[in-house]
Design a protein around this ligand. Sequence first.
Ligand code: SF4
Ligand code: SF4
Length: 542
Amino acid sequence: MAAKVIDKKDLLTSIDYEHLPKTGVFDTPIDFRPGTWCYPAKPEILEKLHFPNPRVWSPADVDWKLPENWKEIVHNGFKERLEKYRSFKVFLDICVRCGACADKCHYYIGSGDPKNMPVLRAELLRSIYRNDFTMAGKILGKLNGARVMEEDVLKEWFLYFYQCSECRRCSLYCPYGIDTAEITMMARELLQLVGVNINWIMEPVSNCNRTGNHLGIQPHAFKEIVEFMCDDIEEYTGVRVNPPLNEKGHEVLFVTPSGDAFADPGIYTFMGYLLLFHHIGLDYTLSTYASEGGNFGLFTNSDTMQKLNGKMYAEANRLGAKWILGGECGHMWRVVNQYMDTMNGYMQGPQMTVPRNPITGTVFNNAAATKMVHIAEFTADLIKHGKLKLNPSRNDHIKTTYHDSCNPARGMGLLEEPRYVLKNVCNNFYEMPPQTIREQTFCCAGGSGLNNDEFMEMRMRGGLPRGNALRYVVDKHGVNNMACVCAIDRATLIPLADYWAPGVKISGLHELVANALEMEGQNEREYNLRGEAFADLMEEAE
Ligand code: SF4
Ligand code: SF4
């Protein structure tokens, strides 16, 4: 059952940055109140994945039913990761506790809980590192900030490392470049070893393992969904599109997050891709096997991330595609940009080549290693070369801002292309304040597998900075739409906007592109891809 959403006034008055708890950071008891933690993975899900310690348990229980030798398992896992990942050890060693990151986390801003300061979040792990793996910690103990691993420590890890959305905003401000998101990733890996994990991550992982996508959509259902979309496109635009599915011999394999095939408003973005590809006559295919660009393995462990990511190359090889075009997704691109070549580059078949836009001739040398191009780059290139017939006035009922999704912005530097596209398809574009956008963007507070209903209080708390910036442009410019290029954002920003800036709709970028496209053989274009009459929308906006 979803936790009741905290009243906005109660939320705001509960935040207290000035009065720190009277107890020390490690002595302050942890509070498992509903709305601040996610439900554990169901045993049958872990069994399917052959993950350790499947059982029924709850974070609110005293007994978490850990394996008898859980301390040894965690210690050995910690040691293994320190040896394997140099960056992990460096991040644990070099923090000088300067506090530059302290007030940069959206969960701290929205909760005032000191353990949501990135520096203290990392200390929860670092304190055990000092005790178990450093001489100073062994000799000086508490004086050196070391502490012994106990069950309460593990419970604290669970609470706070699943109150970090791995957004990396804090790392931007750290003079040493410490990436707390990577510390969180390591902590979650250690928790996995003893069966402490959350269902909202493990079920998508299990589904993806079985069907190729997080939602568990089977091939025939995926095909039907795409056909429904084609019917809707025809009804609203008069244009029949016929996307190839699982066809061999096409130049491009297109992969997008399955969230876009499943729910509003993502489906309108998916429809937008289909209309765009028809407009330019792209030689592409969709796949029911690589039917997911997102990768919840990133929030699980590196082996799972590698396995789930590999299907994109496997499918490109099977179908003979030369390169992969990727849809609007957040963490998909973090995996692609930061890990894919290292993890799975060896899987690229001999037919794969450096991506070249067949319509403009542009060679995407930035994608030479991965052979994957982001749809926003691709569309920006098409517009720049005058290859799209656009009528932006069709979007004149919209006053839009743009939310930089954390992973494309900080994880791959995708800042200009979506804005360029948006400004070419919408006449009314307004930026949120500079310290809340681009690299400094604030998270939707539901990333890294935290976009579930039971975590809603923390989502609304963590959503405060983004909501505040949104509210600013609503009040100043009358903004009524926030566009983004991430499937999780398209889902999480809806309740966030309803809570903090009511009246703002959320859309993907390519939904707006498609509404502006002048298609050959189109009808009067009285409706947008949501089936809403443009005339009514215009009247509403005036
Ligand atoms: S990565 Fe994001 S959520 Fe995690 S501590 Fe840093 S700012 Fe907070
Ligand atoms: S900014 Fe970097 S060095 Fe300073 S406290 Fe934060 S993590 Fe440590």
